[in-house]
Write a protein that binds this ligand. Structure first.
Ligand code: 13P
Length: 250
């Protein structure tokens, strides 16, 4: 399966900063990107267009949105509809990132609606899942993965091939410098793979599963070589072209 090298820029970068980083990424990554890899950047809304323009002509560099509201249009002050994102050249959206679940208060029902709506609008969805530290300590990793996958996919109809990716991002490893060890990643990804197979059949076996949580140039190669790791979703270490290029080419 091909590997997805994804950058989540969270609430960082003005347009000019985003464009400069995107251009650095193309310069440093494009000439050596292995044929089975794709780069995907999730900038803040305001920088999506600038990044898309910097990626113009690069078939294996894509742009996605970190968030959206699951309606076509309407009286939703402050929100952004998927069709506005399509207009900016976005093909992907993130749903269920732990910061949206635990900082912004998005719950399973809304996340299920967002997954279904974005898929129906023709977007590719990266559904983020992962346990908190107290859930891990209580031995509930598998239960949390099962619950978040089942809930997130509960309203989605037939999912087109290639339209779904899952990112396993243990909450305790995000932005902390604390990486899940290879054994933990292997276990969580194998469990996620089995569960996706149960829910989606054959398609579940072809759904990319990304790892996220303190991925750095120093650990990317080992993580990317693990079974059932079909890419990475990178926060802090994706903010410069230099650092992200070492991950994308690891
Ligand atoms: P860090 O790579 O900064 O730990 O963030 C991971 C993440 O949240 C990606 O979505």
């Amino acid at each position: 399966m091909k590997k997805l090298l994804a950058a989540n820029w969270k609430m960082y970068k003005t347009r000019a900063e985003a464009e400069a980083t995107a251009r650095d990424m193309v310069r440093l990554i494009a000439p050596s990107l292995p044929a089975d890899r794709e780069v995907l950047v999730f900038p803040p809304f305001t920088a999506i267009e600038a990044v898309g323009l910097a990626f113009a002509g690069q078939a294996r560099f894509g742009v996605g949105a970190q968030n959206f509201w699951p309606r076509k249009e309407g009286a939703y002050t402050g929100e952004i509809a998927p069709r506005m994102l399509a207009d900016l050249g976005c093909a992907w959206v993130l749903v269920g990132h732990s910061e949206r679940r635990w900082v912004l208060g998005e719950e399973d029902g809304l996340l299920a609606e967002k997954v279904a709506f974005a898929l129906a609008e023709g977007f590719k969805v990266c559904l983020c899942i992962g346990e908190k530290i107290e859930e891990r300590r209580a031995g509930r990793v598998e239960e949390i993965i099962d619950g978040q996958l089942a809930a997130g996919l509960s309203a989605a109809g037939d999912i087109a091939d290639g339209a779904l990716a899952v990112a396993y991002e243990p909450v305790w490893a995000i932005g902390t410098g604390e990486v899940a060890g290879p054994a933990d990643i292997l276990h969580a990804h194998a469990h996620t793979r089995t569960r996706l197979g149960t829910i989606l059949g054959e398609k579940g076996l072809r759904t990319p599963i990304l790892y996220g949580g303190s991925v750095k140039p120093e650990n990317a190669s080992e993580i990317l070589s693990l079974d059932n790791v079909n890419g990475v979703l990178v926060g802090g270490a994706s903010l410069t072209g230099e650092s992200f290029s070492r991950i994308a080419l690891a």
